[in-house]
Design a binder for this molecule. Structure first.
Ligand code: PLP
Length: 437
């Protein structure tokens, strides 16, 4: 239902009590949206406009927003559980940890829970330093791992780090994809190399062929650990359970978060080998988090994984990804002056535009055509397209059509001063047996 005044009130209150500049920036990008109804791959603004959500909180809604099965599991959990006592053992934690051991590659089999991605990375780094007794962490230029202490120290964007320096010592960033640079930097002081298999905030940069395997070998050579951050790339996003599977590389430590909470709860996990757990045997209380892996959140996460497994969502993401990339490449071929490259895997796509300003402007034009897509934090010339994995073929086509129209607007010089075209408001008709229902 249209309610422009409620939307204005929400924006004004947000500006007053949260941050006015955030409102100004989002408005300029056509993204001054107040999310109201949410369902599957769609979200409705409080003023009634409908958007295909291709940002998905940077890959947090893989099973769709408010997936009915996950919502039901959350209700059931709330009926008889709560957060639980974090110092005690927990049935829900035990079940989810066992499931994570089953779905993660190789000999990853033990879990530490947390509430968000940054926390999971912090623990991964603590475990690496604690286990190896070494100080140095190598991460990548333009890499992104969150804003908590250790994670921020590993951030590949100086502007995130600099206001808070001095950060943790012995963090070094090397260019992503450059094996020579990594080989030169790694040595017997290195505790771990921390990487995303595909840089997300960095602009959807896929590790070049052989890079991850080369990093794995370099780590093995000096006795360093490999931490792969699958927080954005995992849980089916790239058409495999984990993006590192495309390269056949198994890390010593892997992090997952975002979509694990099914768009409803905050939960993350650091999954590691039994060998590394040795560090925690004499120190079982050395890392604590009151809400990390709460009983309700674990129940939700178990249902998320069940939905992915039972609805064939990983395979579905691969098929929809093929359709998306075929369409993106076709559009890129006809518009070389606008799009210089299309990158990614599965349903993690990055469209590289010819100019830095095109990213924010394309976010604006896409929003006018009913697509919520935000340019990358570390690389504004790239717009990420990361829809929910429950997206269907006609919705992929809707996205491609909107992209073509948005490019038309861009090249014809349309801008924020022009009237927005009427955005579709109808509810999408979703098949009862759609992938996530
Ligand atoms: C790859 C990656 N790692 C870590 C994080 C941090 O996760 P959180 O925001 O839940 O702390 C993000 C968030 O976007 C991410 O994309």
């Amino acid at each position: 239902m249209t309610d422009r005044s409620a939307k204005q009130r929400a924006l004004e209150k947000f500006a007053t009590f949260v941050n006015p500049q955030k409102v100004r920036v989002l408005k300029a990008a056509g993204l001054d949206i107040i999310e109201a109804e949410r369902s599957g791959p769609w979200v409705w603004d409080l003023d009634g406009a409908r958007f295909l959500d291709c940002f998905t909180s940077a890959g947090s809604f893989n099973v769709g927003r408010r997936n009915p099965r996950v919502v039901a599991a959350a209700h059931a959990a709330i009926d008889h559980l709560d957060n639980g006592n974090f110092l005690l053992c927990s049935q829900a934690k035990a079940e989810l940890a066992a499931k994570l051991a089953e779905i993660t590659p190789g000999d990853l089999s033990c879990t530490m829970f947390a509430t968000g991605g940054g926390e999971a990375i912090d623990f991964a780094i603590k475990l690496a330093r604690g286990s190896t007794g070494r100080p140095r962490i190598l991460s990548s230029v333009n890499g992104y791992h969150g804003h908590t202490g250790f994670a921020l120290s590993a951030a590949g964007r100086a502007s995130f780090r600099q206001p808070f320096e001095p950060l943790m010592p012995e963090f070094v960033q090397v260019p992503f994809g450059d094996l020579d640079a990594l080989s030169e930097a790694i040595d017997e002081h290195t505790a771990a190399v921390l990487l995303e298999p595909i840089q997300g905030e960095g602009g959807v940069v896929v590790a070049p062929p052989g890079y991850l395997a080369g990093v794995r070998a370099a780590c093995d050579r000096v006795g360093a650990l490999l931490i792969l951050d699958e927080i954005q790339t995992g849980l089916g996003r790239t058409g495999r359970w984990w993006a590192s599977e495309h390269d056949g590389v198994v890390p010593d430590i892997m992090t997952t978060a975002k979509s694990l909470g099914g768009s409803l709860v905050g939960i993350s996990a650091t999954v590691f080998t039994e060998e590394l757990r040795e560090f925690l045997i004499p120190n079982p209380f050395i890392h604590l988090s009151t809400f990390g892996g709460s009983d309700v959140a674990c129940a939700v996460a178990l249902e998320v994984i069940a939905v992915i497994e039972e609805t064939g969502l990983v395979e579905h993401a691969a098929a929809m990804g093929e359709r998306l990339f075929a369409g993106l490449h076709a559009i890129a071929e006809t518009r070389p002056e606008v799009i210089t490259e299309v990158r990614g895997r599965g349903l993690m796509a990055g469209v590289q535009y010819a100019e830095d300003s095109f990213g924010p402007r394309m976010s604006y034009h896409l929003a006018r055509h009913g697509v919520l897509a935000i340019y990358s934090g570390n690389e504004p010339s790239v717009v990420r397209l990361m829809p929910s994995l429950v997206i269907e073929a006609e919705e992929v086509d809707f996205l491609l059509h909107a992209l073509e129209q948005a490019i038309e607007d861009l090249v014809s010089g349309a801008g924020p001063e022009q009237d927005a075209p009427a955005r579709p408001r109808r509810r999408p008709v979703r098949a009862a047996g759609a992938a996530a229902s």
